[in-house]
Ligand binder design. Structure first.
Ligand SMILES: Cc1ncc(COP(=O)(O)O)c(C=O)c1O
Length: 326
């Protein structure tokens, strides 16, 4: 018989899928690392498990303890899976721009959810960063995960996602393109791939309203770059420790409209029912066209599943209200 000991044993080893319709104008092979096959339907299951395992080993998370995290939804889902299997309580603090589906899913997984305003500075006590931190100080036997600065986030991708991409491409990968939020995925995968072949180029996909691209290009943390945006999962108004700018070759910014429109095109033209950041990622790949040549193998990573966006990207009324659909 072949079976996993519990659901956590099914994390990782996700498929790699060739892109066809959307990338036909590109000269090279484009492959998608398809992370929705993880049990929580996102790449974040990988780092959630590693962060918990490392916290237990370091004595930071003790039996019967409460896991607390500020999350855009997917890390919360991964942590909730781990909490359910390993017997911890779970609190997620989420910002009010995230889809209602994400909040409902977290509650369905047994997590308590606090919703905080998006449009306040990170240091504001109402922000989801500050609220998560405060709760961890108030609740006894609790552990604040802090995916932004927790090195186990990057480590998970260095140990699993990176080696999988290397093996699945037989070491032929030449470019890695991915949306950047906490930075764990790009930094872990990027560092692993460059350790195997320093010529591999690593590109981050950023949003308008986020600080990453300008900071990477100038070293300036420009507050004027910060304003509200709609794309979920990528871009930041802070510099997380998990973004290793040294291993990133460049950023490209994708508009909210393009991210939404391309998410829908992935579903209709490739049969890929994916989240908002996947649309941003594939549009990012198309924007980088001039960097690719015939023999290149470009890997793009798709973070999460479309089911979390049925009330938004996949809802015509919502799309029209944003001005994304005629
Ligand atoms: C949907 C989605 N896309 C992209 C990202 C960015 O990944 P990372 O945090 O590893 O940079 C996240 C992270 O929260 C996400 O939830």
């Amino acid at each position: 018989m072949k079976y996993a000991e519990n659901i956590l044993g099914t994390i990782g080893n996700t498929p790699m899928v060739k892109m066809n319709a959307l990338t036909k104008e590109l000269p090279c092979l484009v492959l998608a690392k398809y992370e929705t096959f993880n049990p929580g339907n996102s790449v974040k299951d990988r780092m959630a498990l590693t962060m918990v395992e490392d916290a237990v080993a370091a004595g930071k998370l003790k039996p019967g303890g409460t896991i607390i995290e500020g999350t855009s939804g997917n890390t919360g889902m991964g942590l909730a899976l781990v909490a359910a299997v390993k017997g911890y309580k779970m609190i997620c603090v989420i910002s009010d721009k995230q889809s209602k589906e994400k909040v409902d899913i977290l509650k369905g997984m047994g997590s308590k959810v606090y919703v905080c305003p998006t449009d306040v500075a990170p240091e504001d006590p109402r922000s989801y960063y500050s609220t998560a931190k405060r709760l961890s100080e108030e609740i006894p036997n609790s552990w604040y995960v802090n995916q932004y600065d927790n090195p186990s986030n990057t480590k998970a991708h260095f140990q699993s996602t990176g080696p999988e991409i290397w093996d699945q491409t037989d070491g032929k990968v030449t470019h890695f393109v991915v949306g950047v939020g906490t930075g764990g995925t790009i930094s872990g995968v990027g560092a692993y791939l460059k350790s195997k072949n320093p010529n591999i180029k690593v590109w981050g996909v950023d949003t308008y309203g986020s600080v990453f691209k300008k900071y990477h290009e100038t070293g300036i943390f420009d507050k004027n770059e910060i304003y509200p945006y709609i794309t979920e999962g990528i871009g930041e108004d802070i510099l997380p420790e998990n973004v290793n700018f040294d291993i990133i070759d460049g950023f490209t910014k994708v508009t909210d409209k393009d991210a939404a429109v391309y998410t829908r095109r992935l579903a209709r033209e490739e049969g890929m029912f994916l989240g908002n950041s996947a649309g941003a990622a594939i549009k990012g790949v198309l924007q980088l066209k001039e960097h690719f040549s015939k023999d290149d193998v470009v890997v793009v990573l798709f973070h999460d599943h479309g089911s979390r966006y049925v009330g938004k990207i996949y809802n015509d009324d919502w799309m029209r209200k944003q001005g994304f659909l005629e």
